[in-house]
Design a protein around this ligand. Structure first.
Ligand code: NOJ
Length: 596
């Protein structure tokens, strides 16, 4: 038996084969009688900027706010409406800024508050909104609150965190996502007690059950809203409420599914409603909850309008299922990673939000490997076509689309083979743990080469020069050597590039409300090679057909339609042969259907 790491979070670290889960039960599609209510945050396209890797302005090898400012014209040229900026707050960077030691300060490596204000102003002048990361399930252990909290049992901040006095014995086991020993409890000798940390030891969990903690959070949110920030992406927000008696994990959640337990705390929705009442409802802003561990049947509890909690939500079912090595993922013999399952997941989640709430569509972010490597094909023969195909998917589905920086030029996985190249504590700590346990390090590294978070964190490739125009110094993480051919400068000069196509797609989405509000209907459900669907609004129907493989594929217009006008096509050839569509490898088309 191979050793398993008991973790599957955001699809990142399942290091051994797990029994194939049955495909999700299809949720019956809801009857859609009226189009969803309009809202600006449903109509926008979001561009995620990972500041550490976007553009360095001062040669220290780390991207910074001034660097982003120098690229604002580029961001504007994409046609996006909102930038989501990963954390730039004061942080010792145990987890690349997701361990915050001061929520009202900017970390020096990123710049100053004046730089931040200039960035916000520069975006607003261009009509682009800015959403920030809200990381309040935990703080850094270097935050003043935790330093005070750990100093004595009677400190006024003691109850800001979850402590378990050692005289009560060892607390019931909780898994940590990042800890190299696996436990989310860490013994602290100063006060002979354990503190809870779902993430690293340096990321103690805040105790939301304490009303003072909640007030602190609401105040810091207001601080950023008063500055003019347009919303928050809420980090692991479903985890904030805990059963503070810390009973043993219920049996149903013990094997790998503890994330679902973490995401269902008893007072979760009470806290979110309070946050909405106290803060969110007072501003015209957007919110997106990171929904790890949340099942489709619970998603509306977060985002249905009458709940008055959040507005939108990232679902993780896809990335959780494609967490392991994605080789062969789309071949029909794989029951859990076939294209029909991919379609089923998106179709199910579309139906969740069809009559209430609102979803998001993403295939990449700073916690995922590169979209073209994972769901497309980064072989030079197919890279451009498959990257364009995946963007066509992102920008024609219902739900607010998120484009991760670098995907617009088809950036691919770097695939490190040496543990010394990694910077992410998640990979490094699990490697250490496996090493101690005598696990298969070769297999682990092979998996990480495909799915590690660092694949998505290598610097933005601006030019073919050394360091890719990202920095003049030594970059904090290696730059993908393929920047010599894949870079913004080359993409600008080539009208057939992914970049030019993405800009066209964005204009197309903006020009047609059918792509935002239109009803989604899956076609040709079991087709193993083609993902086809329609979007319909006010008597108009668009059909999207996407070939997801190097073999191309065939499908047909839906019944009742005799012809179609091609509005978008990522290749030069027309696949339309009467009512049939014969797609080239990774071809993507959007047609306006006609009945004659
Ligand atoms: C989710 C973030 O996206 C990830 O980067 C981070 O490590 C964890 N939350 C912990 O904050």
């Amino acid at each position: 038996m191979r050793r398993c790491l008991e973790i599957l979070w955001l699809g990142l670290l399942a290091a051994c084969a797990q029994p194939a889960a049955p495909p999700p039960a299809a949720t019956p599609e809801r009857a859609e009688t009226t189009a969803p209510r309009r809202a600006w945050w449903k109509e926008v396209v979001v561009y995620q900027v990972y500041p550490r890797s976007f553009q360095d302005s001062d040669g220290d090898g780390v991207g910074d706010i001034r660097g982003i400012i120098s690229r604002l014209d580029y961001i504007e040229s994409l046609g996006v409406d909102v930038v989501w900026l990963n954390p730039v707050y004061q942080s010792p960077n145990d987890d690349a800024g997701y361990d915050i030691s001061d929520y009202r300060a900017i970390m020096p490596a990123m710049g100053t508050m004046a730089d931040f204000d200039a960035l916000l102003q520069g975006l607003h002048q261009r009509g682009i909104k800015l959403i920030m990361d809200l990381v309040v399930n935990h703080t850094s252990d270097e935050h003043l609150w935790f330093r005070e909290s750990r100093s004595s049992r009677s400190n006024p901040y003691r109850d800001y965190y979850h402590w378990w006095p050692a005289e009560l014995g060892t607390p019931a086991h909780r898994w940590s996502f990042f800890d190299e020993e696996g436990s989310a409890w860490r013994y602290d000798s100063t006060t002979q007690a354990y503190y809870l940390h779902y993430f690293s030891r340096k990321q103690p969990d805040l105790k939301w059950e304490n009303p003072r903690v909640r007030r602190e959070v609401y105040e810091l949110m207001k601080f950023w809203f008063e500055k003019g920030v347009d919303g928050f992406r809420m980090d692991v927000i479903p985890f904030i409420s805990k059963d503070t008696t810390f009973p043993p994990l219920p049996a149903a959640y013990r094997s790998g599914d503890y994330v679902a337990y973490y995401a269902k705390g008893p007072r979760l929705h009470e806290f979110l409603r309070e946050m909405n009442r106290e803060v969110l409802s007072k501003y015209d802003i957007m919110t997106v909850g990171e929904g790890g561990g949340v099942r489709a049947e619970d998603a509306l509890h977060f985002v249905a309008e009458d709940r008055r909690e959040l507005q939108t939500f990232f679902q993780f079912e896809l990335v959780d299922r494609w967490g392991r090595r994605p080789d062969n993922w789309l071949y029909p013999d794989s029951s859990t990673r076939s294209l029909p399952v991919f379609k089923q997941i998106f179709t199910k989640w579309d139906s969740v939000f069809a009559t209430a709430g609102w979803g998001t569509v993403f295939l990449g972010n700073h916690d995922q490997s590169r979209m073209v490597s994972r769901y497309g094909n980064d072989d030079p023969r197919y890279r451009t076509a498959s990257a364009k195909m995946l963007h066509t998917f992102l920008l024609t589905m219902r739900g607010t689309p998120y484009i991760y920086n670098g995907d617009e030029i088809g950036m691919a996985n770097i695939r490190f083979t040496d543990i010394r190249d990694y910077r992410d504590l998640m990979t490094i700590n699990y490697y250490r743990r496996l090493e101690k346990e005598g696990g298969d390090l070769g297999e682990f590294l092979a998996g990480q080469a495909e799915i590690s978070r660092d694949n998505g964190r290598t610097p933005m490739q601006w030019t073919a020069e050394s360091h890719a125009g990202f920095t003049t110094g030594a970059p904090w993480i290696r730059i993908n050597p393929d920047h010599r051919t894949v870079n913004v400068q080359a993409a600008e000069a080539d009208t057939g590039s992914v970049l030019h196509y993405v800009r066209r797609l964005l204009r197309f989405r903006k020009s047609d409300p059918t792509l935002v509000y239109g009803t989604y209907r899956l076609l040709d459900r079991e087709n193993p090679e083609v993902y086809a669907y329609t979007r319909s609004l006010g008597g108009r129907t668009l059909m999207v057909a996407l070939s997801f493989g190097p073999g191309g594929g065939r499908t047909a217009l839906p019944p009742g339609y005799t012809s179609g006008k091609i509005l978008m096509n990522n290749l030069a050839t027309s696949p339309l042969q009467s009512r049939r569509l014969v797609l080239e490898p990774y071809q993507a088309i959007v047609l306006e259907l006609t009945k004659d």
